[in-house]
Design a protein around this ligand. Structure first.
Ligand code: WTA
Length: 675
């Protein structure tokens, strides 16, 4: 018996005409006859054998999957040309393909009536089904509208929309014509949106009149209007109707739904080279300016497809739900590209976990008969707090796999998720990955049949992933029970190829800190059993509800306040959000404003400059910050002080060591229950 990546849920393994030639997956028997079947692959009896092969014969491993899982317009001639030292990555060289062809057309051809998307609208109990044929039609119509308005291969298009079929079709329309989309989370402010549009020099924006989230109206179009006023590169704003609100017409506006109705429902695909960029997505780093992480075409798609299928064990008739927003990488890889490349049925969740009540997810699981459910630890903690009665009201027996991503899943939340939601019979996959990795890299599944899953860690590297832990002197830590910086040694197809417009920053951030390795920015503990636990960021990045924020980004926003001389921001433990934000402010000498007023103005500045989720949980006004003589803010000391520690280590490098005790006293006096 061969080991199949998707063996457990496949009903067609025996009858699949390609099963003998390709022992990886029977995906092709549900998908399309155009998938290449020429590649011979040796039999593997166990997961471990296959995993070993993926590490020792990485090229053969990925080449075979690239042949069997993707539809190529022209086959590749070189599997990879990568160099970790130089941060250079090229996979499936010489190959040509199109992502929309792979995610929509090939499925629409053989199973047009299969449901591609289940749109779980904000209005409770109000789902809408979109088949592969319908998704193809929508995608082609939008592609034609974009082309008719001058959008070409290589152009950048910003998408600022709620989770909706039209947003997914817009993403697919971009990749269909070879334009790079940059989806901006619809909770970002005008300034954050404008900064992204400017950095990417987007020529078009696709948006909706309004969004609905938890019954509340979000003024997307108004935010776009204000942003676009600062973005001369934008030539067109395509506006789709979500609520039908009567909004003022701006000179660049075009009615997307109307233009789609007039456009042809067929559209040619752009032939893309494997390494052509597919999209970019902004994420925060340790400096003030968010970085446009740019992904490839073939490598990204293959990695999203393989990880989606095998981590979640998605079968042909399953209903798979990842409740992430398309504005984050999880939405890209595991709501849109991975599931659609696999011809799956993917749920598109527009709402919030507590609307109309904290039973929303579980009522949806029962109603839609969801088999795989993927969410974020912050949502699990929030729902845990709401009590057991909510999940107990619903029949959750359809669930087979539960997943989470974004931050560590603490033990209490893990057990609640496993026992209350999974009823102790689901695989619970705590998956570790990043915007930059393109897809899941460390995950308890796939693994040997029946292998243990331990709470609180992602445990095992995925196929082809070789994690490494290094210490601060760049020394590789061998053996088990070691703690250090989490790196990855071997190139994998999903790795981001650059930071848009700033390749030096890409090299500085990911490849220069530990030469020869990709550096994740996270710390990790390889336990005595060899399993990996991710301990959190080692850089100045805060993870609020799974959303990455640079301390500098928040400080820049705070420092805009006329009364603020400088500020320092740190992450602090938060029971629901994982991390909250604590901001220390130093005011200018001549400030006469009331402190309460300053705090409220600072909050509103951050909300305007970034987003609501970036607003500090605590603000403390202090006379000075702990700084080295060279002026570097020692956030480490602030973190210790807030954690209640009284030992601050060596403070002799500080310009004024006495300030530490002053801040500690003010912090205690502020009389807030932080922990
Ligand atoms: C954190 C999200 C612990 C980590 C896909 C990483 C995690 C950052 C886990 C990436 C996990 C993600 N356990 N920490 N299972 N998953 N993280 O780019 O700090 O939004 O670097 O990608 O989230 O966040 P990003």
């Amino acid at each position: 018996m061969a080991y199949h990546l998707a063996a457990r849920f496949c009903k067609n393994t025996v009858s699949c005409k390609f099963a003998k030639a390709i022992n990886f997956s029977c995906l092709r028997c549900n998908v399309s006859t155009v998938v290449s079947s020429s590649f011979e692959f040796p039999n593997f009896k166990t997961h471990n054998e296959l995993h070993e092969f993926s590490i020792n014969k990485t090229d053969e491993f990925w080449a075979s999957l690239a042949h069997s899982r993707l539809k190529w317009l022209k086959s590749f001639h070189t599997t990879q040309q990568c160099n970790m030292d130089e941060g250079k990555f090229a996979w499936f060289f010489g190959g040509q393909l199109n992502i929309a062809d792979n995610c929509v057309d090939r499925h629409a051809l053989v199973k047009p009536d299969k449901v591609a998307l289940i749109w779980e609208k904000d209005e409770p109990g109000n789902q809408q089904l979109v088949t592969y044929r319908e998704l193809q039609e929508m995608t082609c119509r939008i592609a034609n509208v974009l082309k008719a308005h001058g959008v070409q291969k290589g152009d950048r298009v910003a998408i600022y929309m709620p989770n909706s079929p039209i947003a997914v079709a817009s993403m697919l329309a971009c990749v269909r014509i070879g334009a790079m989309h940059t989806v901006v989370f619809a909770g970002f402010s005008t300034e954050a949106l404008a900064a992204r549009i400017q950095d990417a020099s987007c020529t078009a924006v696709i948006t909706s009149d309004q969004a609905l989230r938890g019954g509340k109206i979000i003024e997307l179009k108004r935010t776009v209007d204000a942003a676009v006023a600062k973005c001369p590169s934008v030539k067109h704003v395509f506006v789709s109707q979500r609520t039908g609100a009567d909004l003022p017409n701006m000179p660049l506006d075009l009615p997307l739904d109307k233009l789609m109705a007039q456009a042809c429902q067929h559209s040619a695909i752009e032939i893309m080279e494997s390494e052509d960029p597919s999209f970019m997505l902004y994420t925060s780093g340790s400096t003030g300016k968010p970085k446009g992480i740019q992904h490839s075409t073939a490598g990204y798609l293959l990695y999203a497809s393989v990880t989606h299928q095998s981590v979640f064990n998605v079968g042909p008739d399953d209903v798979y739900a990842c409740v992430a927003d398309i504005g984050w990488i999880t939405g890209h890889s595991y709501v849109v590209y991975g599931p659609l490349a696999n011809g799956a049925t993917t749920v598109l969740f527009e709402s919030v976990p507590t609307y109309p009540d904290p039973g929303r997810y579980w009522e949806m699981v029962e109603r839609l008969q969801i088999n795989q459910f993927y969410t974020a630890p912050t949502a699990i903690r929030l729902l845990l707090k709401a009590g057991d009665a909510w999940p107990q009201k619903y029949n959750l027996s359809s669930l087979k796999v539960l997943g989470c991503v974004g931050e560590p899943l603490n033990h209490e939340a893990w057990h609640w998720y496993n026992e209350l939601i999974g009823q102790s019979k689901c695989d619970l996959v705590d998956t570790w990955w990043q915007t930059e990795t393109g897809g899941i890299c460390i995950t308890p599944r796939p693994s040997e049949a029946g292998a243990e899953i331990i709470a609180g860690m992602p445990m095992r590297p995925f196929f082809g992933i070789e994690p490494a832990i290094l210490d601060s002197s760049q020394k590789l830590l061998e053996g088990n029970d070691v703690i250090g910086s989490l790196c990855i040694k071997k190139p994998w197809p999903g790795i981001a190829r650059t930071i848009y417009g700033d390749h030096e920053r890409y090299l500085d951030t990911y490849f220069r800190p530990f030469p020869g390795y990709y550096f994740s920015g996270d710390g990790a503990h390889r336990h005595s059993n060899g399993y990996y636990q991710v301990t959190g960021r080692t850089d100045d990045v805060i993870n609020v509800s799974g959303h990455r924020l640079g301390t500098a980004e928040v400080e820049d926003a705070i420092n805009e306040h006329a009364a603020v001389a400088e500020s320092a921001v740190i992450g602090i433990p938060h029971p629901i959000k994982g991390e909250g934000i604590y901001a220390f402010l130093v005011l200018k000498d001549d400030v006469v404003l009331d402190q309460v007023c300053i705090v409220s103005e600072v909050n509103s500045l951050v909300s305007t400059a970034i987003a609501k989720f970036a607003v500090p949980d605590h603000i403390l006004i202090v006379p000075a910050l702990p700084k080295t003589r060279s002026g570097k803010i020692m956030r480490r000391i602030l973190r210790k002080l807030v954690a209640g520690e009284t030992e601050f280590g060596d403070v002799s490098t500080l310009a004024d060591p006495s300030i530490v005790q002053v801040i500690a006293r003010l912090h205690l006096d502020s009389n807030r229950n932080l922990m």
